[in-house]
Write a protein that binds this ligand. Structure first.
Ligand code: NAP
Length: 228
């Protein structure tokens, strides 16, 4: 079994790689950097904001590879909790580039290189539906990701696409949300009070749930609560 994943230095991505290795997957990863203890995986350093470099990095990663069982589009950025009107266009573009368009470039590169893809899971968020005050461009980017993957699902019946919302997971991104100001943003208060999962537990559950994700039509948005 072979996994292709983006963003493995921290949080969910790192935990998913550890779990994949425990399960005997060969791991191909693209990201900003690779932690010391994950040196065994095939890794290409790539800032996903550098769109024009992505193709070459993907090409090196998949050299000699004909098929990938599972692609997890994990890398993502929050931008910052705040009002849409106060969010500079520069931040809007960066968040959209990493959370949406880099994923298009990666999928297109894999297709162009003739790699057969079994399942593609994009890490989405409940924010993509709620558009809560404070989440601004992050919510828009995850809604865009849902639509991007549904669009590919409609074009590529041979690959199963799912936008997966993992719930609240203790990671550096969640820390940044919690620092967002609960007095100004009721959704931050809700996050603070809600139960959260460790990244390792989420990773274990995600691999256990993979077959259930296949029961949903390709292109679906699936919240972890629907499948636990
Ligand atoms: N944590 C949650 O509760 C939660 C809930 C819903 C959805 N999600 C989604 O789950 C995914 C993982 O989030 P997380 O919570 O694990 O956050 P995280 O700890 O901040 O991890 C984000 C990952 O993306 C990588 N990344 C960020 N910008 C990048 C860039 N320009 N180029 C390449 N890689 C980049 C980071 O690399 P570095 O570590 O090297 O910066 C990191 O590995 C994200 O898509 C997030 O939106 C998380």
């Amino acid at each position: 079994m072979r996994l292709f994943i983006t963003g493995v230095e921290s949080g969910i991505g790192r935990a998913l790689v550890e779990e994949a290795l425990r399960r005997g997957y060969e791991v191909l990863a693209l990201g900003l950097s690779l932690p010391e203890d994950l040196r065994g995986i095939k890794f290409e350093e790539c800032n996903l904001l550098d769109m024009e470099r992505i193709y070459g990095k993907v090409e090196r990663l998949v050299e000699g590879v004909e098929e990938i069982d599972l692609v997890i589009l994990n890398a993502g950025v929050l931008g910052r909790i705040g009002l849409m009107k106060d969010t500079p266009l520069r931040v809007v573009r960066e968040v959209m580039d990493v959370n949406v368009w880099a994923n298009k470039v990666i999928i297109d590169a894999l297709l162009d290189l003739g790699v057969k893809l079994g399942m593609v899971v994009g890490m989405s968020s409940g924010a993509s539906l709620s558009c809560d005050k404070g989440w601004n461009v992050y919510a828009i980017s995850k809604a865009g990701l849902n639509c991007l993957l549904k669009t590919y699902a409609n074009e590529m019946p041979e690959t199963h696409f799912i936008s997966f919302s993992p719930g609240l997971v203790k990671t550096p991104m969640l820390d940044a949300i919690l620092a967002g100001g609960e007095e100004l943003y009721p959704a931050v208060k809700k996050v603070k009070e809600a139960p959260k999962m460790e990244a390792g537990e989420l990773a274990r559950r995600m691999f256990e749930l993979l077959s259930k994700l296949k029961d949903f039509p390709s292109g679906s948005y699936v919240d972890i609560k629907e499948v636990l």
